[in-house]
Ligand binder design. Structure first.
Ligand code: SF4
Length: 459
């Protein structure tokens, strides 16, 4: 699968509220290795940062769209400035001018645009510019404010060739959406032909502007592939060549340099093969080195993007040659349920054995009882109990959920027995914090074994 990046998405918007995780999962499984999620107002920018800090493959930008220029307060610029200091916030925007819809008065849009260019220069991060029916004012403001010092991208390009050339002279990249796949967009395709390869980017602008194949439906990052396909056709090059060039362009503009690093997707300990599905977790256990030093037995488990089922299978070798294939790593595997099931099905088909190490939150995460779906796919499950009571669990594991979670984990273990041949509860023996005997009684009550893990021992 040829990898691509969606350089402009709005996954924080309400259109994704019901299935955001699935959409992101689908993009990973389609080879989209990174997504730049773009803020359009202060609240959306905050949500964008939260997404970037939750998913390794998502980066955020913060800013105020020209539609939202009216109503910006001085304190909003302070908030944007603060957000821009975060590691995964890579640009200012989207900002600019939109005289087509004119939701904010032109002079207010211009002032907000100028302020955000100054902010980008102050922080030294590039700009994401939206411009529609505002050619001369956009170029004038970019020039007067010295925007070429930080550069940026004119996103969802809809201007003429003259404007594209002048933006290139100012050091900007030009980005195209699924609009280039529309039958009537001949003029835009002619502009794509004229832009040098090393100044092009692609994006979905989802949930808007789905490519021709899905026109009128909600757009999503996995559809950026259709934009790439059309762009490669217009430029007369292979998709592999386009992919390489676009990765270089993204690295150059946004300074994201870690796409090329190879992640540890699978790793061997003794004769088990471990699968590193995600670094995300619904807990933040006080004993977990996930954030500071995600290493196990010399393997660095930090993921720059979450692997697809195909990528895992390609790295796996013969599953039968291992005692078991374990979904583990530093993260909760049921956050990636569909990928996990796909890989587990492959392992079983090849005659291997499957174990899951989980925090037991799978049914809450996926909003359904997932255990029947694991029947026949999973031979063993280790569920982290990690305390002997609710209060202790909240203190040690710091889940993202409110109370009741400890009981949920015990119920999960009880239910797991119906579908998975071997179920054990595990506990880390933190001196003075956990009553191991009470944990043992809980395990006995559920009718499963208890494994006590040494404190400060990983692997
Ligand atoms: S449940 Fe596991 S991966 Fe998640 S924070 Fe705790 S120790 Fe780390």
């Amino acid at each position: 699968m040829i990898p691509f990046i969606d350089t402009h998405a709005h996954l924080d918007m309400e259109q994704f509220d019901i299935d955001r995780d699935e959409v992101i999962e689908r993009s990973t499984n389609s080879g989209i290795t990174a997504i730049i999620n773009v803020g359009t107002d202060v609240e959306g920018s905050m949500r964008s940062v939260v997404l970037a800090e939750s998913y390794p493959q998502i980066y955020a930008t913060v800013g105020a769209h020209p539609h939202n220029a009216e109503g910006l307060f001085e304190s909003d610029y302070d908030t944007l400035r603060e957000l821009l200091s975060r590691d995964k916030v890579i640009a200012v925007g989207e900002t600019g001018l939109d005289y087509f819809k004119n939701y904010s008065p032109a002079d207010v849009q211009q002032e907000a645009f100028r302020r955000q260019i100054r902010l980008a220069i102050e922080i030294n991060k590039p700009l994401i510019v939206h411009t529609r029916d505002a050619k001369e004012d956009t170029l004038k403001i970019l020039e007067e404010e010295g925007a070429e010092r930080v550069g940026g991208v004119i996103h969802c390009y809809s201007g003429d060739l003259d404007m594209a050339r002048r933006c290139l002279e100012t050091g900007f990249f030009i980005s195209f959406t699924g609009v280039i796949t529309y039958p009537k967009a001949e003029e835009l395709r002619e502009i794509v032909k004229e832009i040098p390869l090393d100044r092009l980017l692609i994006e979905t602008d989802c949930p808007y502007l789905a490519p021709q194949q899905f026109r009128g439906e909600r757009n999503e990052p996995s559809y950026v592939r259709f934009v790439a396909e059309k762009m490669a056709e217009i430029k007369g090059i292979s998709e592999e060549e386009l992919s390489r060039q676009l990765f270089t362009n993204v690295a150059k503009l946004f300074g994201i340099k870690d796409f090329g690093e190879e992640d540890t997707i699978v790793y061997k300990i003794r004769n088990s093969l471990y699968v590193n599905l995600t670094n995300r977790c619904t807990n933040d256990c006080i004993f977990c080195p996930r954030e500071v030093r995600p290493e196990v037995e010399g393997y660095n488990l930090k993921l720059h993007s979450e692997p697809s089922a195909e990528a895992i299978i390609a790295k796996m070798g013969d599953p039968k040659s291992f005692d078991q294939v374990v979904f583990c790593g530093f993260g909760e595997p049921t956050l990636r349920l569909e990928t996990m099931k796909k890989v587990a099905a492959y392992v079983k088909e090849k005659g291997g054995k499957v174990r899951i190490n989980t925090n037991g939150h799978g049914n809450i995460i996926n909003r359904r009882n997932i255990l029947p779906e694991l029947k026949g796919l999973v031979d063993a499950v280790s569920i982290s109990l990690d305390s002997d009571n609710e209060e202790g669990y909240m203190e040690l594991c710091q889940p993202v959920y409110d109370g009741g979670i400890f009981e949920e984990i015990v119920d999960f273990a009880e239910e797991a027995k119906k579908y998975i041949p071997s179920v054990v509860l595990t506990v880390v023996a933190i001196p003075g914090k956990v009553d191991i005997e009470r944990c043992r009684k809980i395990a006995e009550g559920v009718g499963v074994g208890l494994r006590v893990r040494e404190y400060n021992r990983i692997g």
